[in-house]
Ligand binder design. Structure first.
Ligand code: SF4
Length: 397
């Protein structure tokens, strides 16, 4: 390995024998310290697959989409539940979208769930219902998988290498960090993408590509971590330029970020005759198809009660009396920070119209758990149920 140059083409940086050594030391480390328990990477009998042996792509595909933007520990219970409810491609194809969203509730980035549903139908067309339980009928080429909604190159590569042990490389967040440190890249990973993909592509040329990709992910997850790289335990420390620089945390170089906007959102819990009003978000937008309580963005200088009154009128064409404060919640998305200020409202006048939603419904509060809501709403629902209990206790029979 030529350690004298800070930035150059990969071939000048790492020879083929360097790559062989890296792969070998990685796989040795993986054999000893890898996560060999991930359920969708095991055969039905719980054993590890041999090189070249096929694994069922259906549970792997579901897990890989869940893992986009989400950590393994969070995904596991969702995946287990999913596999109980929709154990096969056929079951998923026939599922109702609202049931899928219910299962996805709390996992975030809900468009992923809808895309899985869309993809299930496309896959079924390709495979044919009569062949859907035969693994050999599933597509094994990158292009077909990448043509499915919500499947990028890394997700497709991960599915294909995990299920079919094919030498298809990946480049997820963990790998970008490990490779950027190995190469001491002075470019943010997005700008050094070509070299990082090349690195991944060279490593995958192995008799056990499934293990190479999993080993890379495990190394990034447990050794070369973002905050605290444990170089002492790393099989690659003899090759790593960031390690020899004595400050691995300098890498990867971060992209300059735009400041994240902050908005205050007024939410109205509209009650009438013991029922509460909810509406279903339009498909296509963010959180499309999920249910929510009406409300919207506070205008500059506007009293929050006026915000709620105005938003409820604009959204549902009804007049409400905005009364006590129920709860305030801060919630962060990747691209915005929100503060929800929630008030109890009494319906006064007007038939609710879905002016900015696909459907409006009055529901019993204890039935709210049957509707898929975005994660931030679970605290609102709990606060509402508690409020209604206390309200009942306050009022004489
Ligand atoms: S030596 Fe340290 S910085 Fe380099 S890859 Fe290993 S853990 Fe990461």
């Amino acid at each position: 390995m030529n350690r004298s140059c800070k930035y150059q083409s990969l071939d000048k940086y790492l020879t083929n024998s360097d790559i062989d050594l890296l792969r070998k030391s990685l796989l040795n480390w993986f054999k000893r310290d890898g996560r060999h328990w991930i359920p969708w990477k095991l055969k039905a009998n719980g054993e590890l697959a041999d090189p070249g042996e096929l694994l069922d792509p259906y549970p792997i595909w579901i897990a890989e989409v869940m893992l986009q933007q989400t950590k393994l520990g969070v995904v596991l219970p969702y995946w287990r539940k999913w596999m109980q409810v929709f154990p096969t491609l056929d079951a998923l194809c026939r599922a109702d979208e609202e049931d899928i969203l219910m299962l996805w509730q709390g996992l975030g980035y809900y468009s992923r769930a809808k895309r899985i549903h869309q993809s299930s139908k496309l896959l079924m067309e390709l495979i044919g219902i009569e062949n859907s339980s035969d693994l050999t009928y599933w597509p094994i080429d990158l292009e077909t998988w990448m043509s499915l909604p919500g499947i990028g190159r890394t997700t497709a590569g991960s599915i294909l290498s995990s299920a079919f042990d094919l030498p298809i490389s990946i480049l997820d967040g963990n790998l970008k960090r490990v490779f950027s440190r190995m190469l001491a890249s002075f470019q943010p990973p997005a700008k050094d993408r070509v070299r990082l993909w090349q690195f991944s592509g060279k490593l995958i040329q192995s008799k056990s590509p499934r293990n190479v990709n999993q080993a890379l992910m495990d190394l990034g997850n447990s050794v070369c971590t973002f905050r605290n790289p444990k170089c002492k335990f790393c099989p690659w420390k003899g090759f790593c330029l960031a390690y020899s620089s004595s400050d691995p945390k300098m890498f990867p170089v971060q992209e300059k970020r735009e400041p994240i906007p902050f908005h205050v959102i007024g939410i109205g819990i509209v009650l009438n005759e013991g029922k509460v009003l909810i509406d279903k978000r339009l498909n296509g937008g963010s959180l499309g198809g999920m249910w929510e309580f009406p409300g919207g963005k506070q205008h500059l200088g506007e009293d929050i009660k006026l915000t709620i009154e105005r938003e409820v009128m604009e959204e549902l064409a009804i007049k409400v009396d905005v009364s006590e404060h129920l709860i305030s919640i801060n919630h962060s998305y990747s691209h915005k920070n929100l503060r929800f200020i929630v008030h109890i409202c009494q319906w006064i006048d007007g038939e609710p119209q879905p002016l900015a939603s696909q459907e409006v419904r009055w529901v019993e509060p204890d039935q709210l758990c049957n509707y898929p809501f975005p994660a931030a709403n679970s605290k609102i629902i709990t606060a509402l149920i508690n409020y209604l209990k206390e309200d009942r206790l306050r009022k004489p029979d």
